[in-house]
Design a protein around this ligand. Sequence first.
Ligand code: TYD
Ligand code: MG
Length: 454
Amino acid sequence: MAKAKTVFFCSECGGESVRWVGKCPHCGAWNTMIEQKIAPETAANSAGRVRLSRSAPCRIDQVPAEEHRRYRLGIDELDTVLGGGLTPGSSVLLGGEPGIGKSTLLLQAAVKMAAYGKVLYISGEEAAEQIKLRYQRISGEKAAADNIYLLAQTDIDSALEEAAALAPSLLILDSVQALFSPQLESAAGSVSQVRAVAAAAIAFAREHQTAVMLIGHVTKEGMLAGPRVLEHMVDTVLYFEGERYNALRLLRAVKNRFGSTNEIGVFEMAENGLQPLPAAAYFLEQRHLSAPGSAVTCVLQGTRPLMIEVQALVSPSSFGNPRRLSSGYDYNRLLLIIAVLERKLKLRLGDKDIYINIAGGLRLDDPAADLAVAAAIASAAAERPLEQELLLLGEIGLLGELRGVTQEERRLREAAALGFLQAVCPPAVTPPASALRRLEAADLSEALQILGLL
Ligand code: TYD
Ligand code: MG
């Protein structure tokens, strides 16, 4: 019999190395390599691999066209992020920090999914009674429960045997780190275990045309293997984010074989589970309308326009080196905008600390927000508030010019629906029809003149 060999896995990215190294050669993370014994491959432990199908090669035009059935769960925020619903036979990984609400979200999905067929919730972490308590909390005991099955089990093989017997439409595994494959010697939660558990679940999904949802805890320390080691195996990867002391939760797709990865879902953790939020206005609700340093823009997150408040604070710095801090907005873009404000508009910011915050804990990567960031800084520096009901749109170039934004018309429509009256926009050859008064500015200095800040 061949000898077991030792390899090292990175608990962040799953990268392999034959020697122990302090820094992962694949993702650059420090102190994440974990020793693992690999048993020689036998028929038994190769069973965990994902097999697509056992059939012979088939000419591309003769591949049977598979209609894309989808289960719409009726939780819109989740359906959109999934790309229109849950695809049978697909595998979805839901990652997030412990306590963020992953189990709650998938239990709510299970309740909805019960309308289509049986749902099996396999928990390696909680007893069935605990899940039942959560179920009562989110459904108020009124939902029909005859299609939801619970199984507390940590052995993936016996769990999947039970699943095969029950033939559910949706299988939930909570969590990949708590389940283990008895064919491997390593501890539950290690890289090879997490991979084996996921592989077995994905194979089950394909074979039985069951949708499988896997929960994976994101951990900061390298003790457990994070969901990142599974990202390439599953069809869809969702991350559930939010602050522990804030009820707002964002669901994002970072990979989706069945849809776009730009969509986000917005929820609020309430007493009776996660409630979808009508996001359009949410981020504006607690807006400090007439304070200097506040500017509103409209960003596109996937197909959805979100109205966002950008806040800036500018204060004299007490030491030679001014501080620039950004939360929710790209730091390098912030430096670029500050440089443009200084060089092109002769604003004196070199002796000021500048802080930028995107209200509501969002992270922006839409360049259309540039103008709002610049205006918020200029408004804070001048200690003059911007007009109310004013929208700012535009990407800023290195020369201070304003560049057009994608889908301007949709953004303007959203703003008009929320009662905005005017918008400062980049020039357009054919200005989009809109209910707002469009004030065109070719560059940043024109924009700030319109705003009365220059
Ligand atoms: P949970 O789904 O157990 O998180 P995870 O599976 O990601 O570890 O949710 C945990 C938190 O959510 C817990 O602190 C309690 C809170 N919660 C509510 O506020 N309202 C609810 O209706 C439920 C079910 C949980
Ligand atoms: Mg949980």
